[in-house]
Design a protein around this ligand. Sequence first.
Ligand code: NAD
Length: 244
Amino acid sequence: MIKLVVNGSKGRMGRAILGLAREDADFSVVGEVDLGDDINAAAAGADVIMDFSLHSATLGAARAAANNKAALVIGTTGHSADAKKAIADAVRGIPVVWAANFSTGVNTLFYITRKVAEILGPGFDQEIVEMHHRLKKDAPSGTAERLAQILADVKQRQLKELARHGRAGIVGERTPDEIGIHAVRGGDVVGDHTVIFAAPGERVELAHKATSRETFARGALRAAKWVVGKPAGLYDMQDVLGLK
Ligand code: NAD
């Protein structure tokens, strides 16, 4: 039985994780921590702490995990470069899975996007289309940026030289190496991502559609099971899924 503490337990992700963990015989929830609670007290005896809170709260969770020799799963996003470094320094002695997207499907999409780009090569034009709900504030999504980064890595080029965010007006013909990135917004869409590889006469499209945030919670719990007992180090979801 894995003793689990959730930091950010009252949030949307925290509640989704707790709901699933309670139905899972492998987990025993020993701590629910939110704003104003003492994570150090809750962390005593924990096997793993899951942090889905606020960027400013992750360092405290990291220190609590390190002090108690617990494993750590970080899903919180929005850390500055300095904050990331401070967190990484704090967790040197424990195993940590840190991922901005815990969806198993999206991580599989990352993997196959690289493979397809390698196989099809430069003759195929590459475009990424993402759609999210009308309330999303940033564009393109972090997941779309990661997909574009993978395509640029395969081309062995800098993404900032290749990224083409939308098109309007007399923009001229498409250049062979550009990576088109398009953000669509509307309704309550949780997150759709499509990578298009188009050549004269044929087209390959890789698509992922998230319909519920439970998918992130399930992936994070999978990461929590995987990370307990691993050697100290920083891992990501590609490690958890054996995709490296
Ligand atoms: P949310 O706003 O619904 O919940 C955040 C919770 O953290 C709230 O209950 C809040 O009170 C709590 N919190 C704030 N400060 C805290 C502190 N100092 N200590 C403890 N708890 C504190 O947000 P959410 O949608 O649940 O998302 C939480 C985080 O997870 C965000 O950073 C979000 O971007 C990220 N997220 C990651 C993934 C992924 O797959 N990695 C998926 C979804 C969301």
